[in-house]
Ligand binder design. Structure first.
Ligand SMILES: [Fe+2]
Length: 384
């Protein structure tokens, strides 16, 4: 589907949203932080100089992954129907590849025609304050009513219950990131999608996202996620060294394009409960097309990892290509960049709201739980 039927030239009205004011100034930087990997104690400072064959090998992997990331970008993968089992996808082979190339081409063509004829256009913002905030800050904290949170809780309880069951069967030290996420689907969890869509429409969130992204959007994913203090993915950043964990650990930009995300807290989250954190206004930092692709390529290829083998491969790349989307763990605490990041760093605890809309192109992190457990819904808004 490439159009939103309800779009009209008259802006719909939305319930006035209770938008929390951010208590910190915006990010003063104009780019993402620059990291001198040659001087970094866990990279150039300790690793041997890469050999020529290591350099060639790293470059080969990089070029292959860059091609993959470019194809994803060209087909606008994030705004395409899912390659999921639910959608009948049985794995990548010649016939499924041909099927999807055909389908993606048809969708791209029909969107292009829709744009040219005016049938495909962004929504009129129903809540201009919301749109203006997301444009200026990259993050907006709204407060849903207790009844709305209760409704969300009741329709996502089955999902959280399945997640609890799955997590209980895996010892905490063996749980991977995905073991803590339950992907709701429209067929198995229609009430979860319906409730989220109703609430988003009520506050004009879908229209604001559409106007911000410049395309029609809808609710693409609803994920239930549990993080607890046992999932310490941001600690022991360089596990083979004695280096202290940096302040910037896990700060990243998303590897995806053309979408907005929203976190809904189904319970109170304080500073130790793993609140979502955002560098205010950092979605406006300048990241060129090539730089953005390089950062995502390193994340997809595994070169952004911080175990010694990943760091060695990363350092075997030419300096120009040594950039990551997941860069926060490499920031030295005493760099001027970190001072600027700390200034604009906003932990979105429950006292600012329970519904956090954000642009993942800005620097952010979350789920770093120090005490207890965080239960949260993540909703992805993209073109359907
Ligand atoms: Fe992210």
């Amino acid at each position: 589907m490439t159009t939103i039927d309800s779009l009209s030239d008259v802006a719909p009205t939305a319930r006035a949203a209770n938008i929390g004011e951010l208590p910190i100034p915006p990010y003063r930087g104009t780019t993402l932080p620059e990291i001198d990997y040659d001087a970094h104690p866990a990279y150039g400072g300790m690793l041997p100089k890469p050999t020529l064959s290591e350099r060639l090998y790293a470059l080969k992997i990089f070029v292959k992954t860059f091609a993959f990331v470019t194809i994803r970008r060209i087909v606008d993968y994030e705004n395409m129907p899912l390659l999921s089992k639910e959608a009948g996808f049985s794995g990548l082979n010649f016939s499924t590849a041909m099927r999807y190339i055909g389908m993606y081409s048809r969708i791209r063509l029909s969107r292009m025609i829709g744009t040219l004829t005016g049938a495909r256009r962004p929504a009129m913002p129903a809540n201009p304050a919301l749109l203006n905030k997301i444009k200026s800050d990259g993050i907006v904290c709204l407060t849903l009513t207790p009844e709305e949170i209760e409704q969300i809780r009741s329709v996502t309880d089955p999902g959280f219950a399945k997640l609890d069951e799955r997590r209980a069967s895996i010892p905490p030290e063996k749980r991977k990131f995905d073991d803590n996420v339950y992907w709701c689907t429209r067929s198995a969890d229609p009430a979860a999608f319906a409730s989220v869509e109703n609430i988003f429409k009520r506050y004009g969130i879908i229209e604001a996202a559409s106007a911000y992204l410049g395309r029609p959007v809808g609710v693409k994913h609803v994920n239930a996620q549990i993080n607890d203090q046992d999932l310490a993915f941001w600690k022991r950043v360089f596990p083979d060294t004695q280096l202290a964990d940096p302040w910037g650990s896990y700060l990243h930009i998303d590897a995806t394009y053309g979408m907005l995300k929203c976190a809904i807290y189904v319970h109170e989250i304080g500073p130790d409960g793993g609140p979502f954190c955002y560098i205010r206004g950092s979605q406006n930092a300048k990241i060129g097309w090539f730089e953005g692709m390089v950062r995502r390529t390193n994340d997809f290829s595994g070169f952004s990892g911080r175990r010694p083998d990943a760091r060695k491969k990363f350092m075997a790349l030419p300096a120009l290509l040594r950039k990551k989307a997941d860069f926060g763990g490499d920031l030295s605490d005493n760099s001027p960049d970190v001072a600027r990041l700390r200034e604009g760093h906003f932990p979105a605890t429950s006292n600012y709201g329970n519904c956090v809309l954000f642009d993942g192109n800005g620097m952010h992190r979350g789920g770093m739980v120090n005490k207890g457990e965080r239960r949260c819904l993540f909703i992805l808004l993209a073109e359907l």
